[in-house]
Design a protein around this ligand. Structure first.
Ligand code: THU
Length: 129
C-alpha cells in the first residue's frame, strides 16, 4: 500500500470515532511487514479513563489477530496541527515495533513523519527487565 493510501484509510476512520465527550475524532491505519493493514478509531466512555485511543485500537486488533511486526502507522485528526500520538500509545508501539514510522496528519491531510524513537527517546522496553 502506498503512503497516500495508508493515510486515506486513517482519514476514513475519523467517521467511525465514538467521541460523545471530547468531540475530537482520531483515525489510525497500521501497516504490518506483510502488508496487512489494521485500522482503528478512538472509542470514548462515560468513565473517561476507559477511553481507548485510535492507535491502540488498531494495535490491539492487529496483535489479537497474530500480527506484531509493524512498519508504520498513519494517524489522522481534523485539527489544524498534526495529530501526534499520546504517551501511552507511543509506549505500546515501542513494545512491538521500536523502529516503526509514525505519520501524523492534520485536518488538511498534510503529513509530518517521525521515527518512533524520536517521539519516545530512551523508551522503556524488555531490555530493562
Ligand atoms: N486520542 C487518540 O485517539 N489518540 C491519541 O494519541 C491522542 C488522543 C483521543 C482520545 C480521546 O478520545 C480524544 O482523542 C481526546 O483526547
Amino acid at each position: 500500500m502506498t503512503e497516500k493510501e495508508l493515510c486515506q484509510k486513517a482519514i476514513e476512520m475519523l467517521d467511525m470515532a465514538y467521541i460523545p465527550y471530547s468531540h475530537f475524532p482520531v483515525g489510525a491505519a497500521l501497516e504490518c511487514s506483510d502488508g496487512t493493514v489494521f485500522t482503528g478509531c478512538n472509542i470514548e466512555n462515560a468513565a473517561y479513563g476507559c477511553t481507548i485511543c485510535a492507535e491502540r485500537t488498531a494495535i490491539v486488533k492487529a496483535v489479537s489477530e497474530g500480527h506484531r511486526d509493524f512498519v508504520r502507522i498513519a494517524i489522522a485528526g481534523r485539527s489544524e496541527d498534526y495529530c501526534v500520538p499520546c504517551g501511552s500509545c507511543r509506549q505500546v508501539m515501542m513494545e512491538f515495533a521500536p523502529e516503526m514510522e509514525v505519520i501524523c496528519l492534520n485536518g488538511k491531510g498534510e503529513a509530518k513523519k517521525f521515527a518512533l524513537r524520536e517521539l519516545l527517546p530512551y523508551g522503556f522496553d524488555q531490555s530493562w527487565l
